[in-house]
Design a binder for this molecule. Structure first.
Ligand code: FA5
Length: 357
């Protein structure tokens, strides 16, 4: 009995001061296959039943207490290691980023964020639609029925015909988002819809995949003056100039009446186009009052509501603002080009903090 008490005291004392390695050695020497306590437990097999009744609980009790003490010490050591790491391994997230490889924002993404910031400030929501669109939304509900000559103007990419003969297409403009918005929301409507568009077209100012930003306002009282004011305010904020000259040329879009092409005043006398000054003009996109038939096709009462819409070429706006000469370079994935024309990821455009730096 005294041997047992002594063994327990010795083991507990050594456990209390053991480090991780010593603790593991102690576990093996006490509780391992050939450990002291394991040997004691094995000896029970050779004892008489009375002796076993007496020694069994003592040996088992000893084994349990030592196992518990080892587990408690192990937990204590692990806590200590963790606390030491927490105390020494600190990261100051306010320190400037070290000189590491970093991502760069593409000018199209930058301009998209700039445009969104401007319209958000004017109370517009952002609406979205899919790149693969129904013929119905891209054309028919926009007052361009099958066989309408305006369909030829769009150089459309069609997908394989469906079982019912209808064909999905890659949307040729962002105007189907007008349809999607009107079908699920009654006026007042005030949205922009930036996104990709596709046409069979490629040269220095045309790309088969390009970006547009659509704007749609529908309410009980809207007129061309509102449209003109909105585009002017937008251009002032976007090009970061206090004065813009705008010109509205009569045009034709089946989904607006009247329809106008929007031009902005510029100077082309130097190497680069300068917005705001000069006597030249540059086309930004199309606009007009939403055709009453489009409102009707989209479930909005044209006797009560009317509205206006415009669609601008987003890549063209990026080219103008940041003097990028060829639209095709946007999509060539040339890292040198991106490093030259790209933007810092943390410079998020806002009207308060500055749109571009
Ligand atoms: C439209 O796409 C009309 N949906 C715009 C609109 C919306 C009119 C709402 C009225 C009301 P348009 O085909 O003109 O219009 O295209 C608008 C702008 O998209 C063009 O001025 C041009 O800046 C840009 N764009 C058109 N095709 C391409 C292309 N292949 N590559 C780059 N930009 C293009």
């Amino acid at each position: 009995m005294t041997d047992l008490i002594q063994l327990e005291r010795q083991l507990l004392a050594r456990i209390a001061s053991a480090d991780e390695r010593a603790l593991e050695e102690l576990r093996v020497t006490a509780l391992g296959k050939k450990g002291a306590i394991t040997e004691l437990l094995k000896s029970l097999g050779t004892m008489s039943p009375e002796e076993r009744k007496d020694k069994g609980p003592q040996f088992n009790g000893l084994r349990d207490r030592i196992a518990e003490a080892i587990a408690a010490r192990k937990a204590q050591l692990e806590d200590r290691v963790l606390n030491e790491r927490l105390a020494t391994e600190r990261v100051d997230v306010t320190l400037p980023v070290a000189d590491v490889e970093r991502g760069i924002i593409h000018p199209v993404s930058q301009v998209l964020d700039e445009i969104t910031a401007i319209f958000a400030d004017l109370g517009f929501a952002v609406a979205e639609g899919p790149d693969i669109e129904y013929d119905d939304y891209n054309f028919t509900k926009l007052n361009i029925p099958p066989e309408h000559p305006a369909r030829q103007m769009h150089d459309t990419f069609y997908l394989k015909p469906q079982a019912d003969g209808s064909r999905h297409l890659l949307r040729t403009h962002t105007s189907p988002v007008q349809v999607r918005t009107m079908l699920k929301q009654q006026p007042p409507i005030r949205i922009i819809a930036p996104g990709r568009s596709y046409r069979h077209d490629s040269d220095a100012t045309h790309s088969p995949m390009f970006h547009q930003v659509e704007a749609l306002v529908i309410d009980e009282e809207t007129h061309l003056g509102n449209l003109r004011w909105l585009i002017e305010e937008f251009c002032k904020a976007f090009f970061e100039i206090s004065n813009v000259r705008m010109r509205f040329r009569p045009s034709y879009f089946p989904f607006t009446e009247p329809s106008m092409e929007v031009d902005i005043g510029c100077d082309r006398s130097g190497n680069r186009i300068k917005i705001g000054d000069g006597n030249d003009w540059l086309e930004l996109g199309g606009s007009g009052m939403v055709h009453p038939h489009v409102l009707e096709l989209c479930g909005i009462d044209p006797k009560r509501y009317q509205g206006f819409a415009f669609g601008l070429g987003l890549d063209r706006m990026a080219m103008l603002k940041y003097a990028i000469p060829d639209i095709r370079s946007f999509f060539e994935s040339d890292l040198r080009w991106l490093r030259h024309y790209g933007f810092m990821p943390l410079d998020i455009p806002s009207l308060e903090g500055g749109l571009s730096r």
